[in-house]
Design a protein around this ligand. Structure first.
Ligand code: UD1
Length: 364
């Protein structure tokens, strides 16, 4: 029986892997789950395994935090040992974190084929670590599962050699099938908020958290917004807020700063919000699904469909631009389907099986 490793490490990867693991549960392949340990706090890791009913990882590499280079070195050296002792026929990586790029590189150097879920996205800025992870993974993968037509076109322009499948996004599968988990109009009240009368906000990108002026602009926007802002704070952001001495913003009466929350609570709170402010690719996509207008604290986004369709706007960490757009935002849009219809996991699973059969044919 062929053997596949799913490699995950950070929050956005758990939620992409979960529906695919469920889809492939009874398939005639041996699947093992590897957690690199990039995220390790309960609210960034275990909570997703619990609520999305993911199996306990077969291996935890316990790589932990560090600079991008340190994370690459740690994931590559620890994964290398596993791949040499327990060699799979294929590894599947997700998204664009350091765990993604390092795992893909390590597998390919061991001559193990790589499938990339959420392939082909680009931000066209090589100063962003996620962009390096996208470029590295897509340069060496053998099988590409793209969430959108734009992603397919980006790969075609790069003349990649592997097979490209426009699968849609597996997170959308969770949203399409999981409505009962996030249809919770009572949840905002637990945070002292009224449904439809608050903004859901996140901020964790290095381009915002590593720069005092950018982070302060984001916090000022939250403080001065016309509606209260519910702000689950990523540990990176909390550290930066404290080190820049900006804790007072967390006490501001317009900002409800809370611990990071799980996937379903996030969906319930986005779905009940008036609009979304974020620099997270995942949240942009989820806001789009729920039909919420999204203001992006970044200079670009890989989810260009959202901007092109007029369902969101990119405004950097620019206070004046954000305040102007916040006042002139179009009425809440209707739910959107351009990033998938709930069949991504099925298409990805079929693509993986076809690929494994081709390997079998070649080895006979
Ligand atoms: C990573 C991904 C990013 C993704 C995000 C989701 C990269 C380059 N970035 O960013 O694409 O959107 O995950 O959250 O891989 N920390 C904790 N507890 C944890 C994990 C991290 O306190 O469980 C703190 C540490 O101080 C760490 C910092 O957060 O240094 C950043 O964590 P890291 O995994 O490097 O990057 P993220 O900002 O989470």
């Amino acid at each position: 029986m062929k053997k596949i490793f799913f490699i995950v490490g950070a929050r956005p990867q758990f939620i992409k892997a979960a529906p695919l693991l469920a889809e492939m549960k009874n398939f005639p392949v041996k699947i093992k789950l590897i957690h690199t340990g990039q995220h390790y706090d309960h609210n960034l890791s275990d909570i997703f395994f619990d609520e999305l009913e993911m199996p306990t990882p077969d291996y935890n590499l316990n790589c932990g935090s560090g600079s991008s280079v340190e994370q690459y070195l740690s994931v590559m050296s620890r994964l290398d040992k596993v791949l040499k002792e327990d060699r799979p026929d294929l590894i599947v990586v997700f998204g664009d974190t350091n765990s993604t790029g390092a795992s893909a590189l390590c597998a390919r150097l061991n001559k193990i084929p790589v499938a990339h879920v959420e392939a082909g996205l680009r931000e066209f800025d090589k100063d962003i670590p996620e962009e390096i992870n996208k470029l590295v993974t897509d340069a060496i993968a053998d099988l590409y599962f793209c969430p959108s037509r734009t992603a397919v076109e980006n790969l075609k322009k790069s003349n990649v050699e592997g097979k490209i499948v426009q699968s849609g996004d597996p997170v959308i599968d969770l949203l399409v099938t999981g409505r009962k988990h996030f249809d919770r109009p009572e949840l905002p009240a637990e945070y002292g908020l009224t449904p439809g009368r608050y903004i859901f906000a996140t901020c964790h990108r290095q381009s915002n958290t590593n720069h005092r002026a950018a982070l302060e602009n984001v916090l000022r926007i939250f403080a001065d917004a016309h509606l209260p802002v519910l702000f689950p704070v990523h540990p990176r952001t909390m550290k930066a807020i404290k080190s820049f001495g900006m804790d007072h913003y967390l006490q501001d009466k317009n900002i409800r700063a809370i611990e990071p929350i799980g996937f379903w609570d996030t969906q319930a709170l986005i779905a009940q919000s008036d609009r979304v402010l974020t620099d997270s690719g995942g949240i942009i996509k989820e806001a789009y699904f729920h039909g919420k207008y999204v203001l992006v604290f970044d200079n670009q986004t890989e989810w260009i469909e959202v901007i092109n369709e007029g369902k969101g706007i990119v405004c950097g960490a620019n206070y004046e631009a954000a305040m102007r757009h916040l006042k002139n935002i179009p009425d809440t849009a209707t739910p959107n389907t351009a990033l998938g219809d709930g069949t991504a996991s099925k298409l990805i699973a079929e693509g993986i099986l076809d690929f494994l059969e081709e390997i079998l044919d070649h080895s006979n």
